[in-house]
Design a protein around this ligand. Structure first.
Ligand code: PGA
Length: 249
């Protein structure tokens, strides 16, 4: 069984003050044994977060990275810089990056490679739109996004990934996938991973994201193929995020 991971994604929200408050609250919090927690904060707060989270359980994450190592790419942030700031993991292929910023499967693969190349853990996000679900294409879309990345990696690189299934229609909408709906897709992801390697499939952390909240986390996390959560809105409130982390134990 993969160990549970609860990762918060602040998106373009938060403040320096909130970073400090989270650092303090989590340092004092009693988390269940074996549960890992991480927070993906906006770039400008990374250094403050690295300090605030030191000595506590929160691992530091970023929300995207450039596919280039360094150079004349105004406005971009490279993986080496993230490492330098204490970042351990980075979201890649979040649906907002795919839909609002035009990141296609090739761009996602390039970013996964860039992250792996500097020792960051990529959290690869997959998910179908409502139209795709209604058309009965959920598995085709999600597994297609998965294979587009896995096929471009070697076995060691695949083993270094975390996967997050986030149905686009559930993100920020308050409309969570039911535990059965989520489990069905997680099971399909796990089965597809088995085609690559049974050990890879058994060890892979596959997180659910999309309106995960304190009051629905436990039943989602109880599903056999859901190994944790990627939490947006509810990760901005200390009590809510802590409650979700507690329910992963
Ligand atoms: P949400 O966002 O929890 O606010 O739905 C999840 C995400 O986008 O990672």
């Amino acid at each position: 069984m993969p160990t549970p991971l609860i990762a918060g994604n602040w998106k373009m929200n938060g403040s320096r003050q909130l970073v400090d408050e989270f650092g303090r609250a989590f340092r004092d919090a009693a988390l269940p044994d074996g549960v890992s927690v991480a927070l993906m904060v906006p770039f400008p707060y990374l250094e403050a977060a690295a300090r605030a989270f030191e000595g506590g359980p929160l691992a530091l994450g970023a929300q995207t990275l450039s596919d280039r190592p360094s150079g004349a790419f105004t406005g971009e942030v490279g993986g080496e810089m993230l490492r330098d700031c204490g970042v351990r993991m980075v979201l890649v292929g979040h649906s907002e990056r795919r839909t609002l910023f035009g990141e296609d499967d090739a761009a996602v693969l390039a970013r996964v490679r860039a992250a792996l190349g500097v020792g960051l853990t990529p959290v690869l996000c997959l998910g179908e739109s409502l139209e795709e679900r209604d058309a009965g294409r959920t598995e085709a879309v999600v597994l297609g996004q998965l294979e587009a990345v896995l096929d471009g990696l070697d076995a060691a690189q695949r083993a270094a990934l975390v996967i997050a299934y986030e149905p686009v229609w559930a993100i920020g909408t308050g409309r969570t996938a039911t535990p059965d709906q989520a489990q069905a897709v997680h099971g399909a992801i796990r089965a597809r991973l088995t085609r690559y390697d049974a050990e890879l499939a058994a060890a892979m952390q596959v997180l659910y994201g999309g309106s995960m909240k304190a009051d629905n986390a436990a039943e989602l996390l109880a599903q056999p193929d859901i190994d944790g959560g990627l939490v947006g809105g509810a990760s901005l409130k200390i009590d809510d995020f802590l409650a979700i982390c507690q329910s992963a134990g």
